[in-house]
Design a protein around this ligand. Structure first.
Ligand SMILES: [Zn+2]
Length: 60
């Protein structure tokens, strides 16, 4: 299983893309950072990876 990460362009906080995949929209966890990250903003290749492998990431 591959874990993609994204880096906030505003504060440099690294986020796991699979969290973004389940939440779809996530406020940046960075301290005092107001950036909002969206799954739709991920590179197309990363989005496709999660859509193709969605079952591997289910926690239940
Ligand atoms: Zn941030």
């Amino acid at each position: 299983m591959r874990i993609e990460t994204i880096t906030c362009p505003d504060c440099g906080t690294v986020l796991a893309a699979n969290v973004l995949e389940s939440e779809r929209v996530l406020k940046c966890p960075g301290l005092e950072c107001e950036a909002v990250h969206r799954f739709a903003d991920l590179p197309e290749e990363v989005q496709r990876h999660y859509e193709t492998n969605a079952d591997s990431y289910r926690m239940d």
